[in-house]
Design a protein around this ligand. Sequence first.
Ligand code: HEM
Length: 499
Amino acid sequence: MVSSSKDFLEYGFNLVSEMSVSDGIEAALCVLALWFVSQSFYSVTFHPLSALPGPWLCAITRIPYWIQLFRGNEVHWLHDLHNRYGTVLRFGPDDLSYISSGAWKEIYGNRLELSKAPDYGIQPANAIRSLSTTDVDTHRLWRRMFAPAFSEVGLRKQQPIFKEQVELTSIFSFATFDIMADLCFGQPLGLLERDRSSAWVNSIFKLIKLMPLSLFVEYYNVSRFLYRKFEPKCIQKKKHEHFQHSAQRVHERVKTGSTRPDIWKQVSPAGPTEKLSLNAMCSNAELFMLAGTETIATLLSGLIYHLCLRPEKLELLKNEIRASFDTVSDLSFRRLSQCAYLNACIKEGLRIYPPVAVGVPRVVREGGMLIDNCWVPEGTRLSVAQYAAYHSEKNFRDANAFIPERWLPRSAQNKTDVDFHADPSPDVFHPFSYGSRDCLGRNLALHEIRLIMGALLVKFDFELCEDSHGWEKQLNFLMWVKGPLFCRVSPAPPKIKEE
Ligand code: HEM
C-alpha cells in the first residue's frame, strides 16, 4: 500500500530500477502514447480553440501543415481549407488563419502589439538585431530611424538612383537587386550590365528555398537548441561569407562616403544618444537586400504575365503610359503616381499574385485576448492568409480573374463593366501588411514598380510565348518559385506626331 508521496516516489523508483531495458522502452512508449491520446482528446474537445472550424487532424498536430509547407503548397492548401471552412480556420493546434477584413486590424493593427512569431525573425550573422527583430523597443527605434529614407520626400531625392537602372532592364530580378544594392551599398551589383546573376544573389535564392526548414527548426525548442549547439561548421562558414559580402560593401560605402541621397544619407537619429552603428547598418542592409528585391521582381513578373494573358488590358495600360510619356527620361515618380490605370493594374497584380502570399504570424501575449468575438489563449499564432483572402469570392467578385477596373473609381469604370465596387470587403486588401510592422518599403516598392513598368511600356510591346502559358502554377516556399517567363518583346512603334 502506498501511503504518502514519499512512499509513492520510492515505490516508483523501485519499480523502474527493477525493469529490464525492453520493459523500460515499452513503458516509455505507453506513457508517450497515453500523453498523445490525452493531448489529442483535449485539443479537439476542451481546448479554447476547439470550437473553431478546421480539419480535426490539424487540431491535434502540426504535421499536415509541415507537410504542405515542405511541399511548397501551403498557399493553395490554406486557400482550399478557407473555401471549405470559412473565414476563420484552425490549421494547427495553436494556429489560426483569417481571411476577413476585420482580422487585419485585430491581429496586425492591435494596440496591444501582438509579437511577431520569433521563427520569422531573420538572424543576422553578426548577431546585431535588424528591423526584423521581435524585440519591440529595438524595432520601434529602427522604424523611427529608417522612416525618413523610405518616406515620399526621401524617395523623391533618391529618384535619380532608380533611373540609372531601369532603362536597361527587362530582367526584373537583376534590376531590383541592382537598384537595392545601389541604395544600400552606393553601387549596383552589375547584374544588368553583365546580364548574369552572381554567386551571392544565387545563394539568396537558395536561402529562400530553405525557409521551411528554418521555420521547422526554429519552431520547436528542442530542434532550435540542438541546431544552435551543433550547427555544421560548413553552414556557419557559408552564413558568415554571405554576410561578409554585404558587410564589406557597407564598410566601403561608409569609407568612401557618398554625395547621393541613398538610404544612409537619410536615416534620422531616433534620439540624442542613438547612433546607427556600422554593425547595425550591415544587418539592416542584409535585410533590405532580402525584403526589397525579390518581392518587387515577383510582382513585376506576375503583372506582365497577367497583362499578356489579357491583351485588351495591356492595350489600355500602354495607351495610358504612351499618352503621358514620350521617352523614358520623361518618367517621374510624381507623374507616374497619377496614372490611374497603371495604379489599378499594380493593385490587381498584388491581389491576384501577392508576393507575400501567406500571413506572417503574430503571437497572442500573456493572458490571451478576444478576437473576432472568440477568446484565444496566449501563445496562439494568428495570421491573415493573403492569397486565400484575395482569391475568396466572399471578398472579391470573379476573384480568379485579372480585372484592374475593380480598383478604379466608379466614375472611371466602363459602363459595361460589372460594378466591382459592390465587392463586400475591399478593406481586406493589405499586400504590404498592416500596423506597426507593415512594410517599411511600401512607397519605395510602388515607385520602383511604376517606374520599371513605365520604362518597359514606353519602349516595348510584349506578347507571351506559348511555353509560358500556365506560368502561374508555382510552388511557394514563403516566396513564389518562379519559372522562366518568356515573352516576345518588340520595340514600341514610333509615335505619330499630330499636325
Ligand atoms: C511588392 C513589394 C513588397 C511587398 C509585397 C512587401 C510586403 C511586405 C509585408 C507583407 C511585410 C510585413 C511582414 C510582417 O507582417 O511581419 C513587409 C515587411 C517589410 N518590408 Fe516589404 N514588401 C515589398 C517591398 C519591400 C521593399 C522594396 C523594401 C525595402 C527595403 C521592403 C522592406 C521591408 C522591411 C524592412 C520590412 C519589415 C518591417 C518591420 O518589421 O517593421 N519591402 N513587406
